[in-house]
Design a binder for this molecule. Structure first.
Ligand code: ATP
Length: 262
């Protein structure tokens, strides 16, 4: 059990399948996926393109309805879009005409939260991610990494206990991605939350996760769940250690056995 996690389940995914109707007939995107995520646990979904990672994340968020099986968050079945969670997508989806601070405050406006209290929280969060000097900037004045940091602040403003992240750093260059990995770790260590994190990146998954869930290609199934027993905080240097290398090797071996070129 990772230090941050408690034995209480935060998310239960039980025998979940997703069938998409297409012009060529029904397409099985997820096939009987089961996974329980403990409160405070950081879990990555890792797999090749098209294996159903986003499909599973969307089903957990309630944005789409899974075809069969059961999903629960905090003991409640997911039957509609969840409002208490935070979601970060690959694209930051900032409103170009609103300042960075006002983009983050969108979360408070949607929820009709106290403006003064949440403006303070938004400022604090933006300060923590290094955007304290850009509160009044417009999104087009920021780099890709800065935009994504603002999107993370927006997702976290209401302090959700569950954060769903769909390849949040996938569109960024390697160095920015490294920095944001460390930033996300720092945020997670300071403010414990359950995180379900979709990625293509083996290194990123090992660096951040308590467990890495390796998915098989079409139809998406869980091929292997690997517990990452490395102390935190994890540094980028850790990637050069034999322990880290062994986890990477283990994951690549799973991909190889699935016929996936990783
Ligand atoms: N609305 C839809 N209708 C039909 N097929 C869909 C739909 N959404 C996804 N699919 C198919 O389901 C499969 C899984 O898609 P999904 O986006 O979940 O994969 P992914 O693992 O997240 O991929 P990537 O890593 O490329 O984002 C893909 O083959 C995709 O074409």
């Amino acid at each position: 059990m990772p230090a941050q996690a408690t034995a209480r389940p935060s998310v239960i995914i039980d025998d979940v399948s997703q069938v998409y109707p297409t012009r060529n007939g029904d397409y099985l995107a997820l096939d009987r996926v089961s996974l329980t995520i403990a409160q405070g646990e950081f879990v990555s979904l890792l797999g090749p393109s098209g294996c159903g990672k986003s499909t599973l994340l969307k089903a957990v968020s309630g944005l789409t309805r899974h075809t069969s099986g059961r999903i629960e968050i905090g003991g409640h079945p997911v039957v509609k879009p969840q409002t208490d969670i935070g979601i970060v997508f690959q694209e930051p989806f900032l409103l170009e005409w609103r300042s960075v601070l006002r983009n983050v405050m969108l979360q408070a406006e949607f929820r009709k939260l106290d403006k003064a209290v949440y403006t303070e929280k938004a400022r604090d969060l933006l300060e923590r991610v290094g955007l304290g000097g850009f509160l009044d900037s417009l999104p087009h004045e920021l780099s890709g990494g800065m935009r994504q940091r603002a999107a993370i602040c927006r997702a976290m403003l209401h302090d959700p206990s569950l954060l769903l992240m769909d390849e949040p750093f996938g569109a960024l260059d390697a160095m920015t991605r490294d920095n944001l990995n460390l930033l996300l770790q720092d945020i997670w260590l300071r403010s414990p939350k359950t995180v379900l994190f979709v990625t293509h990146g083996v290194t990123e998954a090992i660096l951040l996760s308590d467990r890495v869930v390796v998915m098989s290609p079409r139809p998406g199934r869980i091929a292997e769940v690997i517990t990452i027993d490395l102390p935190r905080p994890r540094t980028l240097k850790l990637r050069a250690t034999p322990e880290f290398g062994r986890y990477a090797h283990q994951i690549h071996e799973v991909f190889r056995s699935l016929g996936v070129d990783s």
